[in-house]
Design a protein around this ligand. Structure first.
Ligand code: NAD
Ligand code: ARJ
Length: 469
């Protein structure tokens, strides 16, 4: 018989879908812990010294089982936290329930409205007894934006922001260039143990999982178009190839297009001769054969109205980039009828105006997660083993920022400290080492002669800073 894994909290400083899911969540968290060796090693290493004692973290990152392990690591190291999810569809309600039941303020449920989404974030920037954050942990930059635009007075006490994802880092760099960023940030994304791990191998795992959970389609033998061949695109293309799909890649950057060729994908453009001049320029022959489009660019208009109009009837359309800017769902809403098959799966009828449709029509697209990131909307995101690297970096970044005590620096020192930077390489190597140990891997140590010959220290860093992994 299952024992109750949690107790019910006395107070109600949280909002989740269903607290009765907490036991299930707790059991899965316990499994996840065994799959997150780097995070658990960091817990062990720092539990005694409590480097985050006094830290008050406002966190906004998909409220999943893996995030629950991150949250409890931060707390173990001394922090108090308040949490929300950075996407309306990505919360795993059993994970949120387990966190709430452990007495941790969390505001997140699967299927929030946009309004509820912002309400949830607002609950995490202030709490009972005058709780106000001194650290920010963000994914995508919406919490960072809210603090800068709506609650700038809170920034005075904040030592810094750690940012999880490519798109969020781009937003921070833009703010830094424009002079609006008020506190320093750690770019977690560009740690090797994050983007070269999570963005790539995480998507390799979670993309095909999401499409299969959503559609129950066979993927083998069908044609896929992956738009964008950066880290996420590389993992996404591999994910579909692994299912036996015939994968084509669209890119704007010749370097990434070259990599796609070398990896054995056909590089194509949705537009004749690669020039996007609207509907007339669509390569109709190509799009009429595509069974699945996945966007992974972080850009706008990666699957635009002209592509949506000319794709093969019945094609599945989804996005795995951070924001829902990639597929022109605005056009789909204005012109076509949407039928919900189940939450996060819609048939969008191209021969029917909104609210008039013929269910027998075959001229539809299957749109997943309304164009929001599919692996967290239709599945459970990356597995714990992968998120281990990302979240170990998040914890180290929070410790680094807290040690830096930016908010307490004299004004004249603040300007120089206002940067968007990656953690030192030796920390990245340390996280990687724990991850390899977790797999039971054995890393070779150079002999003294090899150290002399290469000039590379036996204990690292092993590569120059500009090495591209
Ligand atoms: P990246 O910069 O490495 O790759 C994006 C690629 O898209 C680039 O190579 C770029 O040249 C290409 N591109 C841009 N516009 C294009 C267009 N119109 N057509 C074709 N190609 C185009 O970024 P990344 O790390 O791969 O991240 C991509 C997105 O995925 C970001 O929004 C990021 O935040 C997000 N992300 C999602 C997950 C997830 O779990 N869903 C995980 C990590 C990152
Ligand atoms: C929490 C996840 C998970 C997961 O690290 C990935 C990234 O860059 C985000 C873009 O918003 C998604 C995030 N991610 C992927 N899988 N975060 N739990 N299981």
């Amino acid at each position: 018989m299952n024992q109750p894994a949690v107790t019910t909290p006395a107070t109600q400083d949280f909002k989740v879908a269903d607290l009765s899911l907490a036991d299930w969540g707790r059991r899965e968290i316990r499994i996840a812990e065994t799959e997150m060796p780097a995070l658990m090693t960091i817990r062990e290493q720092y539990r005694e010294s409590r480097p985050l004692a006094g830290a008050r973290i406002t966190g906004c990152i998909h409220m999943t089982i893996q995030t629950a392990v991150l949250i409890e690591t931060l707390i173990d190291l001394g922090a108090s936290v308040r949490w929300s999810s950075c996407n309306i569809f990505s919360t795993q309600d059993h994970a949120a329930a387990a966190i709430a039941a452990a007495g941790i303020p969390v505001f997140a449920w699967k299927g929030e409205t946009e309004e509820e989404f912002w309400w949830c974030i607002e609950q995490t920037v202030a709490g009972p007894d005058g709780w106000a954050p001194n650290l920010v942990l963000d994914d995508g930059g919406d919490l960072t934006l809210l603090l800068h635009e709506k609650r700038p007075e809170l920034l005075d006490a904040i030592h810094g922001i750690s940012e999880e994802t490519t798109t969020g880092v781009h937003r921070l760099q833009e703010m830094l260039r424009g002079g609006s960023l008020r506190v320093p940030a750690i770019n977690v994304n560009d740690a090797v143990t994050k983007s070269k791990n999570d963005n790539k191998y995480g998507c390799r795992h979670s993309l095909n999982d999401a499409i299969k959970r959503a559609t129950d389609h066979l993927l083998a033998g069908k044609q896929a178009l992956v738009v964008g061949y950066g880290d996420v695109g590389k993992g996404s293309a591999a994910s579909l190839r692994q299912e036996g799909m015939i994968v084509k890649v669209a890119e704007i950057d010749p370097l990434c297009a070259m990599q796609a060729c070398m990896d054995g994908y056909e590089v194509v453009s949705p537009y004749v001769d690669g020039e996007n001049l609207g509907l007339d320029s669509i390569d109709r022959g190509l799009l009429a054969r595509i069974d699945l489009v996945v966007t992974c660019t972080g850009n706008i208009g990666a699957c635009d109205a002209a592509m949506l109009q000319t794709l093969k009837p019945g094609a599945v359309v989804c996005n795995i980039g951070h924001f829902d800017s990639e597929i022109d769902t605005g056009y789909m809403r204005r012109h076509w009828h949407w039928e919900e098959v189940k939450p996060q799966v819609h048939k969008v009828y191209r021969d029917s105006k909104p609210d008039e449709f013929d269910p027998a029509s075959r001229d539809y697209l299957i749109l997943l997660s309304e164009g929001r990131l599919v692996n967290l909307g239709n599945a459970t995101g990356h597995p714990s083993r992968v998120m281990d690297g990302s979240f170990a970096n998040q914890v180290l970044a929070q410790m680094h920022l807290y040690q830096g005590r930016f908010a307490e620096l004299p004004a004249e020192e603040k300007t120089a400290a206002l940067t968007v930077s990656v953690l030192p390489r030796h920390l990245d190597e340390e996280v990687a080492r724990y991850m390899v140990e977790g797999f039971g891997g054995v890393i070779t140590r150079m002999t003294e002669a090899q150290v002399d010959y290469t000039g590379v220290p036996a204990d690292g860093p092993y590569k120059p800073d500009d090495y591209r992994y």
